[in-house]
Design a protein around this ligand. Structure first.
Ligand code: PAF
Length: 282
């Protein structure tokens, strides 16, 4: 696996593959890789002849007081994992390569409607930062397909909408959330949890399952959301939201909807965790 920092080298390599008739799959990441990321790589390998991964801790998607400076940077360990999973090319650019005029002079991308709800309401600017860097990475790598985790379901929805609206010729695939044996969704942020918090953390997934069961028993959306918030508080979390939405576009659901999703964001101590569960009502 080659590791490159330069946009021109990445473009040249991908162009060579394309002219040889090979398709290119892309997995953008911020590094600190775990089994969830490696599952995205495996998906990309299924869909394309060549796999490119990027590691770039994107400052634009971190708000004030968020963990940009402390975000774990583990490049050497990440390289070893990617090599053992058959990745062809790693793009690990500097900030100057991605934002040559500085992070304050960037043509930003907004996806109206989707970037300001749920996570967007609690982390203003976050999804503009994500959409902006992903559009830029797509322009650089020019992949045929790109794979994102369903763990960040709203991010996936933002990217799908952006690609559709802007006519970006990249096919987007969502990959199911990878969980620890006790149900906790894998995330780089799990590393911040104390041993006591780590024991408590899987309760988040149990509460999402409680909401799913309630929906199948015919309970109302608002009633279940509020019961879930209470359960989380009682367990020791500080929930930001528990919200039942229409899976297709994250709009408020109507009764009788067939594809729902429950999304939640909580604080456990100082660590913010998100998770979601797709619910098929048919
Ligand atoms: O999901 C992530 O790791 C990031 O939001 C992404 C998609 C790599 C953009 O920085």
């Amino acid at each position: 696996m080659k590791t490159e920092q330069s946009i021109s080298v990445i473009r040249e390599q991908v162009a060579q593959w394309h002219s040889a008739g090979e398709s290119v799959g892309f997995v953008p990441t911020m590094g600190n890789l775990h089994a969830g990321h490696l599952a995205l790589v495996q998906q990309a390998r299924r869909f394309a002849n060549r796999v490119v991964v990027s590691i770039f801790v994107n400052p634009l998607q971190f708000g004030l007081g968020e963990d940009l400076d402390n975000y774990p940077r583990t490049l050497q360990a990440d390289i070893r994992q990617l090599e053992s999973h058959g990745v062809d090319l790693l793009f690990a650019p500097t900030e100057d390569e991605i934002y040559p005029d500085g992070r304050d002079n960037v043509t930003a991308i907004d996806v109206p409607g989707l970037t300001s709800i749920l996570e967007g309401a609690h982390r203003p600017g976050h999804f503009q930062g994500v959409a902006t860097v992903v559009a830029r990475l797509f322009n650089i790598v020019q992949p045929d397909v790109a794979v994102f985790g369903e763990k960040d379901f709203q991010q996936l929805a933002v990217i799908r909408r952006m690609v559709q609206e802007q006519g970006i010729p990249v096919e987007i695939y969502g990959a199911p959330t990878i969980r620890e044996a006790d149900g906790l969704a894998m995330s780089s942020r799990n590393g911040y949890l104390s041993p006591e918090e780590r024991v408590l953390a899987p309760t988040l997934y149990q509460v999402l399952q409680f909401v799913s069961e309630g929906l199948h028993q015919g309970q109302g959306f608002a009633e279940l959301e509020s019961a879930a918030m209470s359960k989380l508080r009682e367990a020791g979390f500080e929930p930001d939201y528990v919200s039942i939405r229409r899976a297709i576009d994250l709009a408020e659901p109507q009764a009788g909807e067939s594809a729902l999703i429950v999304l939640a964001a909580v604080y456990l101590g100082t660590t913010r965790l998100i998770d979601n569960l797709l619910i098929n009502m048919v």
